[in-house]
Every structure is written in structure tokens, then in C-alpha cells.
Design a protein around this ligand. Structure first.
Ligand code: ATP
Ligand code: MG
Length: 590
């Protein structure tokens, strides 16, 4: 007698529900995705008690006829794929035929639907996976699903739900993400009677961003097409002095995903220009032919697998890197003694705007000619002979040639170009320039070192001493030679040539402090960057230090040649700009 039995459907569904339905927000996500797949133009979401009591999603999509309405609650019943080949190029958000039966097996569930053009609709009630009733019912064209008392029959799962507020916040996040990605669809979200979001349909992502987040001139547009891939969206600028964290929304083929390759490329592109640790706000949309990405790799479809992972990484990194390099210097607004008219008030709840049209406030995205970068995977045309990929040209410098006019308080260089006046922090600017130079020379192993006539001896606390000595190899690449000297001391026999001798002591103390504070598992690359930043900081001209005009010109010219010249390696701004327009406006010339 065998011991294996087939599980009854309702139990199989509950098991599947364990994967698909984690919390109210996952139910909301599945229902919205179904509505989008059904061609809805308006989707209304209502939740009570963070969705624990009720989740209702109504749409004006195609609806279902009575037969489909019954079928959609069966496991593996889907209208979206029908053969194995379809799995290779999925174009809908759903494809497994699992979401509805899963949620119906763990809740009090009601489906009301009416197919477009049909006289009447169908209403089906299901409790814990058991169909209670199927009746003909009225109602508008489209579909409404109620999922009430989620997990009421699985108390162990229900216990894992968080507070109503925390669950409501997750729901709101999911709705916001889907709303960002589907600007042509109108969304409303009502939570415990309060309208949280109301965004009518618009025609572009930038308009939708405006509806949700208000006017965000601080974000930079990204737009890049390469090798059949397209990346577009908006990202935080480097010079942004505000919070270093923000929402990170990454969409692949209009699907919210958490993708390590893309996340890594984002960190990489920001860390090229600044050491300041940040988790920048990004809203990025990657479009990739469906046969080059596998979406069937995660139970809630929150992850995807790229067939050409390194191509995606490289594309994202370069697109962001270039966009960041072009980020504007912060602009100073001149204030006249007149009272300025107040700025329009932001809506109390971002996105809670009623009706109306929302013209784009965004500057058109900077267009990069497709030839502005070459990927290592790009094949050169056959006629070019040698199969060597073209090196990537460096991005366009953000700074125009400027003429130094003088120095303010021996700390700031005042300069001008055709487009306005600039105030440059001499220390920060020089630090930026030296950082770039050090990193460049590090790559080509051409950093010069100077031997000290009399070795310097430094007393340091044990942890800092150990940190310096453990990174002695990395320090040697910069020209620092350090060794143990017994007791609390270390001996320094040489140091980078560009460091003024009287800075040696301070630089090494700062390095010891940096390296001690760094994570032990730190990548060598990050440690090198940290050492470069600290060395640059100590080698750079200081504030309150008089400069000749030549020296000022030199710093400006070097800065211009630097790809990322609007912030220092620690993320401080290099310069402030007063635009010509601002000056002319204040003198009533325009
Ligand atoms: N809002 C809706 N409007 C019209 N048809 C719908 C709607 N929701 C579901 N359906 C139909 O019911 C079927 C089953 O839905 P379900 O969400 O269970 O599976 P799926 O979307 O096909 O795949 P997945 O499990 O990956 O979401 C869908 O394929 C679709 O035909
Ligand atoms: Mg679905």
C-alpha cells in the first residue's frame, strides 16, 4: 500500500498561497496586476485596517464572462499563456494562474465581474477555498475583487502580520510603485476611509512623478538606448545636499523588481564620484526584449534573471555615470530687498490631487547620441578590421571654461564665464581634482612617492595602528611606507610626492581613523578610494590660503577637465552658480 496521496485542491492552494500571498500588500499587487493585464484605465483600491479586514480592487478592464469567472478560481487556469514557448517571452504581468485561487483559499473572497458589452455579470463567493455561491449579478463592466479577513483560517500566518499602520504603508508603497510604472492608468487608494492617493491617467512617467512627488527639479533625467535595451527615468543629483536616502524604484519591463545587478550598478555609478555613502533616490525603467529576460524565477515575480547580466550592469552604470557627470552646479538665487511672492503650497498628501491635467515640469531628458559609449560586448563593424572594442569616451565635463577674477576671504575663488558668475570653494575644488588625478595614477601605477630624510614616528591607539598596518599594501600603492616601530608607534619612511611634508602626520592620522572605522570585509577598491580621498584632502590647498591668479586658473582648468566636478569626493559641492538670467532678472533687464 503506497503512502503517497494527492493533496486536495484547497490544501494545495493554501500551500501556494504561502508563497504568493505574504501580506495584504501582496494581494493588492496581484489584483492590480490582473486589472492592468485586463486593460483597465482606472483602478480603485480600498483597504480597511491595513488590508487585514478588507482589500477591494475595482477596475474597468475587460471583465470576464460567467465561464471564465468560474475558471479563474481554479489552479493553473490562466488566459495569459497556453504553451511552453510562451514562457520564453512573457508580455503580461501574470502568467501562472495562481494568484486568485491562492488568495481565495486564505480569505473570505468575492469576485464580481461583467464582460465588456455583456448585459449581466457574475458574482462568486468563496470561503477558505470552498465556493459558497455563484449568482448572476449586475454592476458596471469590469471586475471587482474583495479579499476579506486574509489568513483568518491560518492563524499562524495571521500572527505574522504587522500593525495596521505598517501594513497600510506597505500597501501604499506597492500602489505608488505600480502607479509610477503605469501613468496611462488612473489610480485611487483609500485607506480606512482616507484618500491616500488619487492620480488620474497621464501620458508620461514624468507627469506621473509630478502627480506623486510634486515638482522635483532636483532629479536628473536619464535616457539611454543600447543594444536593444532602453533605460530611462530620474535619479538624485550628486550635488544634492539633502537626505542621502530615497525611494529606489527599479522596473524591468514595467514590473517592480529587486535586482542585484542593477542595484550594484547604481551604487557603482554614484561611488565613482563620491565617497559619501548613499542610497540615492532613483526611479529607473529598463525595457528589454522579453526573450532576453526570464521573469519566471521568483514566487512573487519580484526578481528577474537577465540573459546578459554584464551588459545590463554596464549599460546602467554608464547611463547613470554620464547623467551624474552632467548634473548642474547648485544655483544661487539672488535676493533683492523686495518681498518675493511665496512658492505655491505643496498638496498636504503628495499625489492626492483631484482631477485636472498635469503638464510636465521636467526638462526634456538629455539626449545621448547612441555612439557616446561603447559596451565591451559591442561588436565592431566587420570593416573595422581588428576586433577591439572602442574605449568609452569620458563624459562631457560639467564646467565651462572660466576666468578667475579673484579670491574672496582667501577661501573662495570668484570666476565668471558667459553664462554667469561662480563661487568656487578652493579647497573642495582642488581636492576633487587631486582625487581624480590620484585615482588615475593609481590605475596606471604611476603615483610618485618621496622618501623622508628623517622617518616620521607616529603614536597611535592599538586599533588604528592595526588598521594602518593591515592596509600597508594598499597604502604602499599610494607611496606611503609604514611599518611597526614598537610600543604604540609606527614608522613612516616615505609618502606620496604630492603631499606637503608637513601634512604627513595629519594625513596618516586621518587615514588610520578612516581605515579603522571601515568595515573589515571592505573591498580593496573601496579602501583605495578612501585612501585617495583622504590623501587628496590633505594635499589640497586649504581654506584661508592666499592664491595667485595663475594658481586659481590652474585649479579651474584642472576642474574643467574633471568628469565629475560638481561635488568633492565626500559629496560637498564644489561651486555655486549665479546665472546670467538671475542677474539680469534682478537688475530688471529681462
Ligand atoms: N481583473 C481582471 N479582469 C479580467 N480578467 C481577470 C482579472 N483578474 C483575473 N482575470 C482572469 O483570471 C485569470 C486568473 O488570474 P490569476 O491572477 O489567478 O492568474 P494570472 O494572472 O493568469 O497569473 P498569476 O498567477 O501569475 O497572476 C487571468 O489569467 C485572467 O484571465
Ligand atoms: Mg494574476
Amino acid at each position: 500500500m503506497g503512502r503517497i496521496t494527492r493533496l486536495p485542491d484547497d490544501l494545495a492552494n493554501q500551500i501556494a498561497a504561502g508563497e504568493v500571498v505574504e501580506r495584504p500588500a501582496s494581494v493588492v499587487k496581484e489584483l492590480i496586476e490582473n486589472a492592468i493585464d485586463a486593460g483597465a484605465t482606472r483602478i480603485a483600491i480600498t483597504v480597511e485596517y491595513g488590508g487585514k479586514k478588507l482589500i477591494r480592487v475595482e477596475d474597468d478592464g475587460t471583465g470576464m464572462d460567467p465561464e471564465d469567472a468560474r475558471l479563474c478560481l481554479e489552479r493553473h487556469a490562466t488566459s495569459k499563456i497556453s504553451k511552453a514557448d510562451d514562457l520564453g517571452a512573457i508580455v503580461t504581468l501574470g502568467f501562472r494562474g495562481e494568484a486568485l485561487p491562492s488568495m481565495a483559499s486564505v480569505s473570505h473572497f468575492k469576485l464580481r465581474t461583467r464582460a465588456r458589452g455583456s448585459d449581466s455579470g457574475t458574482e462568486i463567493r468563496v470561503n477558505a477555498g470552498i465556493v459558497e455561491s455563484v449568482v448572476e449579478a449586475g454592476g458596471p463592466e469590469g471586475t471587482m475583487v474583495d479579499v476579506a479577513d486574509v489568513f483568518y483560517n491560518l492563524p499562524a500566518r495571521r500572527k505574522f502580520l504587522k500593525s495596521d499602520g505598517a501594513e497600510a504603508a506597505q500597501v501604499s508603497r506597492v500602489v505608488t510603485q505600480l502607479a509610477l510604472c503605469y501613468p496611462e492608468v488612473g489610480f485611487t487608494l483609500t485607506s480606512s476611509g482616507k484618500k491616500i492617493l488619487a492620480v488620474p491617467p497621464v501620458t508620461s512617467v514624468s507627469d506621473r512623478l509630478y502627480q506623486i512627488y510634486g515638482d522635483r527639479q532636483d532629479l536628473i533625467a536619464v535616457e539611454r538606448e543600447f543594444g536593444g535595451l532602453r533605460l530611462h527615468g530620474f535619479i538624485a543629483a550628486l550635488a544634492e545636499q539633502g537626505p542621502v536616502r530615497g525611494p529606489q524604484h527599479v522596473f524591468v519591463n514595467r514590473r517592480i523588481v529587486k535586482d542585484r545587478t542593477i542595484a550594484h550598478a547604481i551604487i557603482d555609478s554614484y561611488s565613482v564620484a563620491t565617497n559619501k555613502e548613499r542610497s540615492p533616490e532613483v526611479h529607473l525603467f529598463l525595457e528589454i526584449p522579453p526573450d532576453r529576460v526570464d521573469v519566471n524565477v521568483h514566487p512573487t515575480k519580484a526578481e528577474v534573471r537577465f540573459r546578459e547580466q554584464s551588459l545590463v550592469h554596464e549599460m546602467v552604470r554608464r547611463a547613470l555615470g554620464d547623467a551624474l557627470g552632467k548634473g548642474p552646479a547648485p544655483e544661487l538665487t539672488l535676493r533683492s530687498s523686495e518681498i518675493q511672492p511665496g512658492r505655491p503650497l505643496q498638496p498636504a498628501i503628495p499625489g492626492a490631487l483631484a482631477g485636472g491635467s498635469f503638464p510636465s515640469r521636467w526638462a526634456p531628458p538629455s539626449s545621448n547620441p547612441p555612439s557616446s559609449w561603447a559596451s565591451p560586448v559591442e561588436t565592431p563593424p566587420a570593416s573595422s578590421g581588428a576586433a577591439i572594442d572602442a574605449p568609452a569616451p569620458s563624459s562631457v565635463p560639467a564646467v565651462r571654461p572660466m576666468i578667475a577674477l579673484g579670491q574672496f576671504r582667501d577661501t573662495f575663488i570668484i570666476a565668471m564665464d558667459d553664462e554667469g558668475l561662480c563661487i568656487i570653494d578652493q579647497h573642495v575644488a582642488h581636492e576633487r581634482v587631486l582625487f581624480e588625478r590620484i585615482m588615475e595614477k593609481l590605475t596606471s601605477a604611476s603615483l610618485e612617492s618621496q622618501r623622508l630624510l628623517i622617518p616620521a614616528v607616529l603614536e597611535l591607539p592599538a586599533a588604528e595602528r592595526a588598521a594602518l598596518l593591515s592596509k600597508a599594501d594598499a597604502l604602499a600603492r599610494f607611496g606611503f611606507e609604514v611599518e611597526e616601530f614598537g610600543g604604540d608607534s609606527i614608522k613612516v619612511t616615505s609618502m606620496p610626492a604630492l603631499l606637503p611634508p608637513n601634512e604627513c602626520d595629519a594625513a596618516l592620522r586621518a587615514l588610520a581613523d578612516d581605515l579603522e572605522g571601515l568595515d573589515r570585509g571592505l573591498r580593496l577598491e573601496d579602501a583605495l578610494k578612501q585612501i585617495a580621498a583622504t590623501t587628496a584632502c590633505h594635499a589640497a590647498v586649504k581654506a584661508h590660503y592666499p592664491l595667485t591668479l595663475e594658481k586659481m586658473h590652474h585649479i579651474l582648468e584642472e576642474l574643467r577637465a574633471t568628469a565629475y566636478s560638481t561635488v568633492c569626493p565626500h559629496g560637498r559641492p564644489v561651486m555655486l552658480r549665479i546665472t546670467r538670467r538671475e542677474i539680469e532678472k534682478n537688475f530688471d533687464r529681462i
